[in-house]
Design a protein around this ligand. Structure first.
Ligand code: SF4
Ligand code: SF4
Length: 396
């Protein structure tokens, strides 16, 4: 196992972190016997970072980890990360209420890495600041309930950078993989946080399994032709881990074999991406992008839109929705619905299309997005709910 130092506090963190949201299940609940063995297998292999959250396994992930620590006495060997469910917090008291409940569930007196779960925009972060977030973060560190405070992020790069710059964060967590180099916080966000000395935890290194299952034959052929003796998962995961700016890379392991494979990958990391592998990765990205509904690479040449439509983000979310199921659609709408809704404001000036190296019919694609059921149906519902709560509604 390779360990990377958290330069702010000298913690030695395993490059492979265990994402505790996909434990095997039995009778609709976490299979605790098997999951306990799996956690032990990972810890024996050198994993020392466990990442959970309030909603994982419908609230059962934290409680299971609490029982795991009690049974095994392994709490002090682990850097434990969990997250404040910010969407459930209505006021400053709720912040305290949730961390206190989490400490009980986790059967511990402290959380090593405590994240604000899923900032989606700077406005979202500012709303929490208005509720007393900064004072709260200081208070949980002063009391020892949390040793490090950070946030996880799914949103636009510019918002990520503003949030990073607005507070003295101990760490942060972003989505990063071969298909998200230019999406969300992306590589620029990773480098920005790293330059400021903020450790970055990586989530979704295989894009929620999309880079592990149903890999196109063309991708397999490219790897084979290049003489690379790695499976797609080995290639994609090691590519992320070989970013020296990544402190921990999380994997939501749901099977003993995943742990075995990932432990092997994590022991063979040298912090450099081999040139010949990068060449193949670039070709593979091209294959994946062409298989998307809209073959947008996220290059950002079209971002100067007079209506401030975030075109690459609209296409990223649309591609996600098109390849995901109903629940995935709801999640994407929850995270990025506001961005997607802006597609309806296009005035068809054509400025963006002139700059697109992929020759995408951007105006037409935005029009298609605007006519989708989730835009036409979900926004009136969302607006009704937000109005009810006295919040600003999306544009109608
Ligand atoms: S055509 Fe639409 S999306 Fe493109 S720049 Fe003009 S307003 Fe923006
Ligand atoms: S210019 Fe084209 S490929 Fe680049 S981000 Fe915009 S739509 Fe995507």
């Amino acid at each position: 196992m390779i360990y990377r130092e958290n330069t702010r506090n000298k913690d030695q963190l395993s490059i492979l972190g265990f994402g505790c949201m996909r434990f095997p299940q039995k009778d609709g609940k976490i299979d605790e016997v098997r999951s306990t063995q799996m956690l032990k297998q990972a810890i024996d292999g050198g994993v020392n970072y466990l990442d959970t959250a309030w909603p994982y396994h419908a609230g059962q992930s934290e409680a299971f980890l609490g029982r795991f620590f009690k049974k095994t006495g392994l709490r002090n060997q682990i850097f434990l990360a969990t997250k404040l469910p910010i969407w459930l917090c209505r006021n400053r008291n709720d912040f305290d209420k949730y961390i206190n409940k989490q400490l009980v569930k986790l059967n511990t007196d402290y959380i090593d890495y405590y994240l604000m779960h899923m900032f989606t925009s700077y406005g979202n972060y500012k709303n929490l600041c208005d509720m007393g977030l900064k004072e709260y973060l200081k208070s949980i560190k002063d009391s020892g309930k949390a040793k490090n405070v950070g946030f996880s992020f799914h949103g636009e790069k510019s918002d990520f950078i503003k949030i990073v710059d607005d507070y003295d964060w101990d760490f942060c967590q972003i989505q990063y993989n071969i298909l998200d180099i230019n999406n969300q916080a992306g590589r620029d966000g990773l480098l920005h946080a790293n330059k400021k000395g903020i450790p970055v935890i990586i989530m979704e290194p295989l894009r929620g399994g999309a880079l592990a299952n149903n890999i196109p034959q063309k991708v397999l052929d490219l790897i084979d032709k290049a003489g690379i003796k790695k499976t797609p998962v080995e290639l994609f995961l090691s590519w992320v881990m070989n970013h020296k700016e990544a402190t921990v890379v999380l994997s939501g392991m749901s099977h003993e074999d995943h742990i075995e494979n990932n432990l092997e990958i994590a022991s063979d990391i040298d912090g450099k991406i081999k040139e010949e592998e990068q060449v193949v990765i670039d070709e593979i990205i091209d294959v994946f992008v062409k298989s998307f509904k809209v073959p947008c690479t996220g290059c950002g040449y079209c971002i100067d839109c007079p209506k401030e439509i975030d075109i690459p983000r609209c296409f990223e979310v649309y591609n996600h929705i098109s390849s995901g199921g109903f629940l995935g659609t709801l999640m994407q709408i929850g995270i990025s619905g506001k961005t997607l809704n802006k597609a309806r404001e296009c005035i068809q000036c054509g400025k963006c299309e002139k700059h697109c190296p992929q020759s995408i019919d951007i105006i037409n694609q935005l029009n298609i997005i605007s006519s989708k059921w989730y835009i036409r149906l979900l926004f009136p519902i969302t607006n009704w709910y937000m109005e009810k709560r006295g919040k600003k509604t999306y544009k109608k």
